[in-house]
Ligand binder design. Structure first.
Ligand code: SF4
Ligand code: SF4
Length: 379
């Protein structure tokens, strides 16, 4: 670090951002997603909440063409509205769906179930949701689903990008796109050094890139410890400004084809569209550098660099992700579900009983505090 730079200036400089393009790509101009033959708008949507179907219709009017339906098949009372909404726009949109099934029988049966719920003949992008590995059986199921016209393309979503990328490249005849946590904090400004180079390699293999966690769980972090909580506070206006900048950052990053943003209301949708209409600019860059500094003790970038370093074998990155579902997205059920799937002996470990934390996070995350909060909220 240059001696003449302050810490903040250094952070701003190290926030490795693609050059600000003279002509930014439009958020609503569809771009090809790898070799899928599908074109998706850079700004996409995961509609969530009681009126997800209506939200989707309004988003189509505003110019969004790609929708992840994951939340649309949870509330049975909404199924008729979802089917009616889809009927009117199905030919104009790209529809994503998926599940965590891993057997051939389970996957094909899940696809058929989702087709029934959504009232459609095919799903464009089927997500293999966060599998530990991609087996030949899963690939075979995807091939059958494509050949029988149930799906158009297959996407693998992963929280372990570095470990999964080589297998995805190997399976590129079947896997068409990769969904990866991607935002201003995980990019090369974090110590996931080489994220952009790794993503470029995947793209060179003809595989599309879909970003998840683009909005970092709404930049909401809660700490058990009151001192840390006070430090993490920011005003709502500042949070909204940082979210708008984070959105513009992901949209101007042409290494990423599309980013389905979780949206819960018309107000939320319109705020995002308004933010997307502006080009990413120098003020955004500075704002994100400040935000990166603020969130560093709380935000796990899922870089896996601390893998296997907890003396008690805790998957500290997964635990922080489950906590993000609860604190960031307000989805306690998803957080608890993730926690409940850990082996019993890991669910029983408590950081407060630990002799001393052996996890050293190069990104400055206060791992022990974060994991303690995850255990308090999710156990
Ligand atoms: S705790 Fe730190 S090192 Fe571990 S995955 Fe998260 S950001 Fe990376
Ligand atoms: S304090 Fe928690 S995260 Fe750290 S080594 Fe101990 S059990 Fe693992």
């Amino acid at each position: 670090m240059s001696e003449t730079l302050t810490r903040r200036e250094w952070l701003a400089a190290s926030l490795s951002l693609p050059a600000i393009a003279a002509e930014p790509r439009a958020w609503n101009r569809p771009v090809p997603l790898g070799r899928t033959g599908l074109k998706v708008t850079p700004l996409a949507m995961t509609p969530v909440g009681a009126h997800g179907a209506g939200l989707m219709l309004r988003a189509v009017d505003l110019g969004i063409n790609y929708f992840n339906a994951f939340a649309l098949y949870y509330d049975e009372s909404e199924f008729p509205a979802v089917r009616a909404a889809l009927k009117t726009v199905r030919q104009r949109i790209v529809l994503g769906g998926g599940s965590g099934e891993t057997t051939q029988e389970g996957l094909l049966s899940e696809i058929d179930k989702k087709l029934r719920i959504l009232g459609t003949d095919y799903i464009d992008l089927w997500y293999l949701a966060a599998p530990e590995s991609i087996t030949d059986e899963m690939l075979e199921a995807m091939t059958i689903a494509k050949q029988t016209g149930r799906i158009r393309a297959c996407v693998v979503s992963t929280h372990k990008f570095a470990a999964m990328a080589p297998r995805v490249i190997e399976a590129r005849n079947t896997v068409d796109a990769l969904m990866v946590a991607c935002n201003f904090a995980t990019w090369d400004g974090g110590t996931w050094a080489g994220a952009s180079a790794d993503i470029a390699r995947v793209r060179q293999a003809g595989i599309g890139i879909v970003a998840m966690k683009a909005m970092l769980g709404g930049l909401k972090f809660v700490m058990e410890d009151r001192r840390a909580w006070a430090e993490s506070l920011t005003t709502e206006a500042k949070r909204q400004a940082a979210l708008a900048a984070a959105l513009r950052w992901i949209l101007q990053n042409d290494q990423v084809d599309t980013s389905p943003i979780t949206m819960t209301s018309l107000d939320h949708l319109e705020r995002n569209v308004k933010a997307a209409a502006m080009a990413f600019n120098e003020a955004d860059k500075k704002l994100l550098a400040v935000e990166l500094e603020r969130i560093s003790p709380y935000y796990c970038r899922m870089c896996q660099r601390c893998e296997a370093s907890c003396r008690n074998g805790l998957p500290v990155s997964d635990l922080q992700r489950f906590l993000l579902y609860a604190d960031g997205y307000g989805n306690l059920r998803a957080g608890r579900e993730g926690f409940s799937q850990l082996p019993a002996h890991l669910r029983a470990v408590r950081c407060e009983d630990c002799a001393g934390c052996t996890v050293r996070c190069p990104n400055g995350v206060r791992v022990r505090e974060r994991v303690m909060r995850a255990q308090a909220v999710l156990a």
